[in-house]
Design a protein around this ligand. Structure first.
Ligand code: UDX
Length: 433
């Protein structure tokens, strides 16, 4: 096999596109297949359908090496390592929907000198299930750990690469390891089930950290502590670490909610009640709704109140609105009788159909003009740059800010006459006083 073997990418969503661009950057010919003709045409013309920093540049730079197609035959003919990057959305039961993975396996046709390299997040046991379907095709689990908004950087500089190969696919496992060699990342070589579990356990652990710090924040509000200080003090302990201790209005996105629920469900299906994860999920749901209570604390009834939501995307630097807290908040506020206006620098169009009666605003200023309260949902840097103490203050009907990410300058806002509510710190000064 040549130094840089060609690879196939099946499913050109977020993960597939970043994987394709990343391997092309490392010098591989990439055959990237999607079932959507329009998407393939657009990508072939050089259009990028998602907002991901650095990705358009990387695709453009490596255009010659990436071949977009709808034809599975073209991929199979040109590459033996086939990265499966299709989505595995949650079903109503909380299990992962593997129908797209199953279709990919069916489409492998007669090929036998190929390996399916699973990047999609799948339940533990998927490798075994696929072995029963196609024992003549190799199988390697190589889960993705890409953060949206930083996915290109995460591909190029991974904390680790996990390679779980079936015993009869050891040679394919070696070849996958070799692909990642130029990135000099630690490689965790393991069995398939453990690789699948590493992915789910990593996301479940990070989600647990978030729900934990959110509960500390809620208790801190009652007891007069400041969660930002608490997180700083905790994070310096090497055993705890500083990451994922940012209190806020709950986690969202395409991975955490789905993966935590999938692991809980998987455990349940095998007869084990994963109690901790049930709480992690419940805390997250309640956390989203606490904002309503904070608004009511200052405004009383929300009927006919004008509430401005800043940010729709589940986090900054992405236009992904899957499981975004803003969607829950908008609908809850409308349910309380409020009028909701919303702004986001990039995600507004993607969210428009999901936002019901919410008024979409093209600028943050428009959303805040005449508002009874501003709720900062997504920590887009530009929201910090707004003229809060000048024009915004004059244009709001009532100067109330609920900062769902502890992101704004609370002292400056308070000094300018705002009522400021953060997460886990808003009442600290009041209690001391
Ligand atoms: C996550 C994992 O990080 C990645 O490894 C995996 O492969 C896919 O899922 P992503 O969903 O892109 O990535 O976002 P991430 O940056 O991890 O944030 C997830 C959510 O948690 C966001 O809603 C974010 O706002 C929230 N979060 C994160 C917090 O509320 N507090 C924190 O301290 C960190």
């Amino acid at each position: 096999m040549s130094e840089r073997e060609p690879i196939g990418v099946i499913g050109v969503g977020w993960v597939g596109l970043v994987t394709a661009a990343g391997f092309a950057e490392l010098g591989h010919q990439v055959y990237a297949r999607d079932i959507l003709q329009d998407k393939v045409d657009a990508l072939s013309r050089g259009e990028v359908p998602i907002h991901e920093p650095g990705l358009p540049e990387l695709l453009e730079k490596n255009r010659e090496r990436i071949h977009f197609t709808t034809d599975m035959g073209e991929v199979i003919q040109n590459a033996q390592l086939l990265f499966c990057c299709v989505d595995t959305p949650p079903t109503y039961s909380g299990d992962a929907d593997l129908s797209r993975v199953e279709r990919v396996v069916e489409e492998l046709g007669e090929s036998t000198d190929h390996a399916l390299v699973m990047k999609s997040t799948v339940p533990v046991g998927t490798g075994r299930w696929i072995q029963r379907l196609r024992s003549d095709v190799g199988y390697v689990s190589c889960p993705e750990f890409l953060k949206e908004g930083a996915a290109v950087a995460d591909f190029m500089k991974p904390d680790r690469v996990v390679v779980g190969a079936r015993p009869d696919s050891a040679e394919f496992g070696d070849r996958v390891e070799k692909l990642y060699e130029p990135l000099s990342a630690p490689i965790v070589r393991t069995d398939v089930a453990s690789a699948e579990m590493i992915k789910l356990a990593s996301n479940a652990f990070l989600a647990t950290k978030i729900s934990f710090i959110n509960e500390i924040a809620n208790v801190s509000e009652e007891l007069g502590a400041d969660v930002e200080e608490v997180a700083r003090g905790m994070g310096l302990d090497e055993r705890i670490g500083p990451h994922f201790l940012r209190a806020g209005i709950g986690y969202g996105g395409s991975c955490f909610p789905k993966d935590v629920s999938a692991l809980k469900q998987l455990a349940g299906n095998s007869g084990y009640h994963f109690q901790l994860l049930s709480s992690v999920i419940e805390v997250n749901e309640l956390q989203k709704r606490r904002t309503i209570g904070k608004l009511q604390k200052h405004l009383g009834s929300l009927v006919d109140r004008e509430i401005a939501l800043l940010g729709v995307a589940f986090k900054p630097n992405t236009d992904d609105v899957r499981e975004a807290t803003a969607l829950v908040l908008a609908h809850r506020l409308i349910g309380e009788g409020a009028s909701v206006r919303i702004h986001d620098p990039v995600a507004l169009d993607r969210a428009s159909e999901l936002l019901g009666a919410t008024r979409l605003c093209r600028t943050a200023e428009e959303a805040l003009d005449g508002a009874d309260a501003a709720v900062l949902v997504t920590e887009w840097p530009e929201y910090r740059e707004l003229d809060w103490t000048g024009a915004i203050k004059d244009s709001m009907r009532n100067p109330l800010v609920v900062d769902g990410r502890n992101f704004l300058d609370d002292e400056a806002l308070r000094a300018a006459g705002y009522t400021y509510e953060g997460i886990g710190r808003s009442t600290a000064s009041a209690v001391e006083a």
